[in-house]
Design a protein around this ligand. Structure first.
Ligand code: ASP
Ligand code: MG
Length: 455
């Protein structure tokens, strides 16, 4: 049994959906369970229409909705559901779903209040439509697709917008709803991202939550593997915006993947697939648009000492707080409570603390400094970048370390050699220098020593 999860960009239009159904078809021998995201960026559209509902009339919102959905859905359905009877059935199911969705928006235009609970119900329609379209597309190819409602399988608490999965109940529901379908050689199709409380209220797992659905189902069902089908080849050994020769990493350890995600890689949030990795189920990241490629496989396995990849973030700010009467805790509290998008690094020295943060909004920096008490001095420097050097057994007594210091000799940088699992080194640099340092490191590390360092 395998889990095949398809993201929104893999379901954006007719051509894409045909690719998806043929990927499913090619793996029928492995008993696939399919998890789908909403088609394209429909979740964003649903969110936008919710905002409009708070300010506009019912007529306006329903018109906007019709304009966006109707032509698109009819075109897609007639393009991907080939058999006539199946197409009629799909159209009538989707019409019913759209009527329900319109009723939810109508309610919103009246009450003008959007609770997290109502938001979850609204957003869940994206995956609902997608599930229906994919199932009928499969059936019109004579593949026994069945829709299984995720809200009855993925049981969660009532923390709307970011619900937590209740594992015991979910295991029982999956056993009840999904396993019989697999046993009958059907292809279960479930909505990603969507869950339900034990009393049947729809919840969501947080934006981008479909990967988590795949990991939850894969863990419970003991899948051989989980395949996350997306629009890139997998994790690359360097930021392709900075070097042309970046190549796909075939095997990546989950701890290294977390470091890459923390420091710039946008492929997937490794945390979302942790439940599967913890059960020794490998997670493949594959490209719907290049299915012949193997992609990256994430697992708990070590892949060998050395540097495996480089990553970068820019547009950060370095903040230095100093003041003799202050404690470490006080500095840390100030940094932590400032509302930065992300804190990348903090360093403590006597009576001072330095942090490198992503301010999110630039004006947050000035406000932060202005609001400090007079006893604290605040110095900031903008346009700071961080280069992450990710691998295994990265210690300061390794040959890689000596080599690295040699390569960096002519540059200005701050080096942060320690990470909890010896999986990364960090360099803080000035933004204007980042791309030169990055590309020098890349070429020296991967080309000069390619036999030794590449996976
Ligand atoms: N459709 C949802 C989102 O866009 C969930 C997902 O795609 O994972 O956030
Ligand atoms: Mg999506």
């Amino acid at each position: 049994m395998v889990i095949l999860k398809f993201g929104g960009s893999s379901l954006a239009d007719i051509e894409e959906i045909r690719r998806v159904t043929s990927i499913i078809e090619s793996q029928l021998g492995r008993n696939p369970v399919v998890v789908v995201s909403a088609l394209g960026d429909i979740t964003n559209v649903l969110e936008h229409l919710a905002d409009l509902s708070l300010e506009h009339s019912e007529k306006f919102v329903i018109n906007e909705l019709n304009d966006f959905f109707e032509p698109r859905l009819y075109r897609i359905i007639s393009g991907v559901v080939s058999k006539n009877a199946e197409q009629q059935q799909c159209l009538s199911d989707v019409n019913r779903i759209m009527q329900e969705l319109k009723n939810v928006y109508r309610g919103l235009t009246v009450v003008k209040e959007l609770t997290p609970r109502a938001m979850d119900t609204l957003l869940s329609y994206g995956e609902k439509i997608s599930q229906t379209v994919i199932t009928h597309a499969l059936r019109s190819m004579n593949i026994a697709g069945v829709e299984i409602p995720a809200q009855k399988c993925v049981i969660t608490d009532a923390n709307f917008g970011r619900a937590d999965v209740l594992w015991d109940q979910t295991s029982r529901s999956v056993e009840e709803h999904v396993v019989p379908a697999i046993e009958q050689n059907q292809v279960p199709v479930l909505q990603g991202f969507v869950g339900g409380t034990s009393d049947g209220t729809v919840t969501t797992l947080g934006r981008g939550g479909s990967d988590y659905t795949a990991a939850v189902l894969g863990s419970i069902l003991g899948a051989e593997d989980i395949q996350i089908w997306t629009d890139v080849d997998g994790f690359l050994n360097a930021d392709p915006g900075l070097v042309d020769e970046a190549t796909t990493i075939e095997k990546l350890n989950i701890e290294e993947a977390k470091e890459l995600a923390n420091f710039g890689a946008r492929v997937l949030h490794p945390r979302t697939v942790l439940p599967a990795i913890e059960r020794d189920i490998p997670v493949y990241i594959r490209n719907t648009f290049a299915p012949e490629k193997q992609g990256t496989v994430l697992s708990g396995d070590k892949t060998g000492a050395g540097i495996h990849c480089l990553t970068a973030v820019r547009d950060l700010v370095r903040i230095e707080l100093s003041g003799t009467a202050q404690s470490r805790e006080q500095f840390a509290d100030l940094i932590n409570s400032a509302g930065w998008s992300q804190i990348y690094l903090t360093m403590q020295s006597p009576n001072a603390m330095t942090a490198i943060v992503d301010p999110g909004e630039p004006r947050l920096i000035d406000r932060f400094c202005e609001e400090l008490s007079d006893e604290i001095e605040c110095r900031t420097e903008t346009e700071i970048g961080i280069i992450g050097i990710v691998g295994e057994s990265l210690t300061t007594n390794s040959e890689e370390y000596r080599n690295l210091i040699g390569i960096l000799e002519k540059f200005e940088y701050d080096f942060f050699p320690y990470s909890p699992n010896s999986n990364r080194w960090l360099l803080a640099v000035k933004d204007f220098n980042l791309s030169e340092i990055f590309s020098t490191l890349f070429h020296e590390i991967f080309n000069a020593n390619s036999g030794k360092t590449s996976e």
